[in-house]
Design a protein around this ligand. Structure first.
Ligand SMILES: NC(=O)c1ccc[n+]([C@@H]2O[C@H](COP(=O)([O-])OP(=O)(O)OC[C@H]3O[C@@H](n4cnc5c(N)ncnc54)[C@H](O)[C@@H]3O)[C@@H](O)[C@H]2O)c1
Length: 371
């Protein structure tokens, strides 16, 4: 769960989670807070007009998005406000440097292998403005991210307070973007938090389940906050997937192999799953049984999806990110392979997505929709 800013609850009367009664459009605040939302005043109704007035006030007082589902029987509204103590402000926000023509960007996982590349790419882009570098690495807290990455001072201090930064950036900027390259265990909460604050998420972290993706797509649509979940930012991977879909028409047998460095937590990779989903969208059942198989070592044949496609995951130091799709037919095989040698391969796709996500309606899954 995303930590609350400043390590305290929202004050009563400012931080409230509730439901909308669509009949009379009252916001009804529950008597007690949920596990991840602060306690609000018991059953305090707020009229739609009142809610709109609150949201039209000075944004510093009402920084959080109001999420209203007018289509459902009872939808959630979360309206909250809080001031960030000056001492908690990140260095760059003492005086915001973003201009109308630049996109404010928060990088989450800024000290990781991918996050560090993103910080460099954003810092080098004239139309992007790095406003926050969030990472949980204890030793780096408070240090300048640019200095840590050898870029020279960027006046952006590393902080682990994601929600505080989302809160602040939502008060100070419109159209801010959060880029997340962290860990599968936290990416869902990060994405939901960004959407709730009206900050556009660009998610590179893999490992979101189909249910989580559905939920995030629903949430971003209801909140009217464009979002992008991109399991692979490489243009070459998109081309491999398109070639695989074209080949799938001609082959009934296919196996997918993904190879990554041994620091990767999830398996199979989100990209490999995406390739499998694209092959399945062709509408075929793959790998019809020709012999009764017997595994003497569990897992030797990889993981099999309901479509019959088998996925294999290799983890070795020395690898970066690689994928093969191998088709088999009578007397032949056809192999498609993509190799990422260096993480800089992902940056054109990351920058493209940052620049487009603000104009998206709802959530987009996959770089191919942005090319
Ligand atoms: N979409 C793509 O094109 C693509 C490409 C490469 C990697 N990835 C994915 O990106 C993710 C990160 O990969 P990596 O190689 O950079 O990992 P990494 O371990 O090098 O970096 C992760 C960083 O996130 C930080 N972190 C962890 N939990 C955090 C939290 N709760 N809040 C803030 N920071 C936190 C860590 O301290 C670390 O610095 C993985 O899921 C990986 O599969 C995606």
């Amino acid at each position: 769960m995303v930590g609350r800013p400043f390590g305290k609850s929202y004050p009563s009367g400012h931080g409230e989670a509730g439901t909308v009664d669509t009949a009379d459009t009252r916001v009804v605040v529950p008597a007690s807070g949920s596990a991840d939302r602060p306690t609000g005043r018991p059953d305090s109704p707020v009229s739609r007009a009142g809610l709109n007035r609150l949201l039209e006030q000075e944004p510093v007082l009402w920084p959080l998005a109001a999420i209203i589902d007018l289509g459902g029987p009872a939808a959630m509204v979360w309206v909250s406000g809080d001031r960030m103590p000056a001492s908690s402000m990140p260095l760059t926000d003492q005086g915001s440097s973003s201009t109308a023509s630049t996109i404010p960007v928060l990088v989450v996982g800024a000290l990781g292998r991918m996050g560090a590349h993103v910080v460099r790419a954003v810092a080098a882009a004239a139309d992007l403005d790095l406003v926050a570098a969030v990472d949980t690495a204890a030793a780096a807290q408070g240090q300048d991210i640019g200095s840590l990455l050898g870029l020279g001072a960027l006046d952006v201090a590393v902080s682990q307070d994601l929600e505080g930064h989302l809160c602040l950036v939502s008060q100070q900027h419109r159209g801010a973007v959060m880029v997340d390259f962290t860990h599968p265990a936290v990416v869902y909460d990060h994405t939901r938090a960004a959407i709730a604050y009206g900050v556009h998420p660009v998610i590179g972290t893999t490992g979101l389940s189909p249910e989580q993706l559905d939920d995030l797509a629903d949430f971003s649509r209801k909140a009217s906050v464009g979002a992008a979940v991109i399991p692979n930012f490489s243009v070459g991977m998109v081309l491999l997937q398109q070639a695989a879909v074209a080949a799938a028409r001609f082959y009934d047998h296919a196996e997918l192999v993904e190879l990554h460095h041994n620091g990767k937590a999830d398996a199979p990779s989100g990209t490999c799953i995406k390739t499998a989903e694209l092959l399945e969208a062709v509408g075929k059942i793959y790998n019809p049984t020709v012999v009764e198989e017997k595994e003497s070592l569990a897992g030797s044949r990889g993981g099999q999806r309901p479509s019959g496609l088998r996925l294999h995951a290799l983890r070795l130091p020395g690898l970066v990110a690689h994928q093969e799709v191998i088709f088999g037919g009578p007397g032949e095989t056809y192999t498609l392979r993509h190799d990422t040698m260096d993480r800089s391969a992902y940056m054109p796709g990351v920058l493209k997505t940052i620049r487009q996500v603000g104009a998206l309606e709802g959530l987009v899954y996959g770089l191919e929709h942005l090319l």
